[in-house]
Design a protein around this ligand. Structure first.
Ligand code: ADP
Ligand code: MG
Length: 365
């Protein structure tokens, strides 16, 4: 039983085409784990933040023949996918193998690098596929002492509706129900959980889920940047000699874009979106604020977990039984100043949350 704070990392991506075309200026700088952002309109105004990890992925890279982003020079400053995984992914894996629940959240404005960091593109594999590679490797290495089972689920929250990304019919049914049980806490009823025994199998499921997500978004005339994607990996380890079973859940969350939402649909859609679309993201912010207040000793009567689907499903990850990491991604460009500053403020609050993670073990039945 250990008290530990949510670990927070920030990552700054390269300029995109739009920013290069606009002749954007880089307004962020990093020294070890501290990051400074400069107000582009006021040369005197700058703010600094300190996080557990800070990744500079803005400059100092080249792309090799396979399209992989690699540091320009050995030991250069560009942080590639491997270095992010070594800090954040290895810890999550280690925790899960010990029987702790673990959660990884990516937060930031659309286009800031959430999916790049979490899932990755092409040869630049992100945290989730790297984590799966290492997980199955660890399972093989520990075969003599324990028998392991891995279950994979993937869902999306859009407009407070839960869509199972691995099963066909669930969207048309109006979404799956979120239920609560004493022991288990909140869970999604009827969510497909697929037993997996290799990393390629998981990657194939992720591709399938991502395809479903894109088609679902097109159907609803929406944009997938407005939905939250959640991957749940359940790891069950049976230690035969000790007759102990350890269970851990790993939640991997690619959050909706944090920018202020602008609606695109009809009046009715706008009303619905206004109240619901980012109810989950707003509530997440409220939960984080309340927990940050708790951590500094303020009296807080109520943590609003129940106000949204996302916060229900992440209840144990936030202030509860989980080791939690947030990666906040941002653009380095002057034109994104407001959004980047707001991301840094959000991440700073998350850093104060204290969890109480315990090993989930019980006698094997
Ligand atoms: P988000 O999921 O936050 O909307 P993406 O992850 O899709 O944003 O990133 C937007 C674009 O920026 C993608 O083309 C991606 O390849 C690129 N990108 C993001 N982060 C990095 C990074 N750290 N290094 C190189 N390219 C990046
Ligand atoms: Mg994305």
């Amino acid at each position: 039983h250990s008290k530990d704070c949510v670990k927070v990392a920030v990552r700054v991506r390269p300029f995109n085409k739009r920013e290069r075309d606009a002749g954007s200026r880089c307004i962020v700088s990093m020294v070890t784990s501290s990051i400074t952002i400069q107000d582009p309109r006021e040369s005197q105004s700058r703010r600094s933040f300190c996080f557990d990890y800070a990744y500079w992925s803005h400059s100092g890279f080249t792309r090799d023949r396979g399209g992989l982003y690699v540091p320009e020079e050995p030991g250069g400053r560009y942080s590639d996918q491997d270095s992010v995984f070594q800090d954040l992914g290895e810890g999550i894996l280690e925790n899960a193998l010990q029987g702790y629940n673990a959660t990884l959240l990516a937060y930031g404005q659309t286009g800031s690098g959430k999916s790049y960091s979490m899932v990755g593109y092409g040869p630049n594999k992100g945290l989730v596929p790297k984590l799966c590679d290492r997980l199955f490797q660890a399972i093989r290495e520990n075969q003599d002492t324990r028998q392991c089972q891995v279950f994979f689920s993937m869902l999306e929250i859009y407009n407070e509706q839960v869509v199972d990304l691995l099963s066909r019919g669930s969207r048309t049914l109006g979404g799956l129900r979120v239920r609560e049980e004493q022991q288990r806490g909140f869970y999604v009823e009827g969510l497909r959980t697929v037993p997996c025994d290799s990393a390629p199998q998981v990657e194939q499921l992720m591709e399938q889920g991502t395809r479903t997500r894109t088609t679902a978004a097109t159907h609803m005339n929406a944009n997938s940047s407005r939905s939250h994607m959640l991957i749940i990996l359940q790891l069950k380890q049976i230690f035969s000699k000790e007759s102990i079973t350890k269970q851990s859940n790993i939640n991997l969350v690619d959050l909706a874009g944090s920018e202020r939402q602008r609606s695109s649909g009809s009046e009715a859609d706008r009303l619905k979106e206004g109240t619901a679309i980012n109810l989950s993201l707003t509530t997440l912010g409220n939960v984080i604020s309340s927990l940050a207040d708790v951590a500094v000793g303020k009296k807080v009567v109520h943590i609003p977990y129940r106000d949204s689907v996302l916060t229900k499903l992440l209840q144990s990850a936030l202030g509860g039984n989980s080791r939690t990491v947030m990666i906040a991604t941002l653009s380095p460009a002057d034109i994104c100043y407001e959004e980047s500053l707001s991301t840094l403020r959000y991440a700073e609050r998350a850093k104060r949350i204290q969890n109480r993670a315990v090993v989930n073990e019980s006698p094997t039945e």
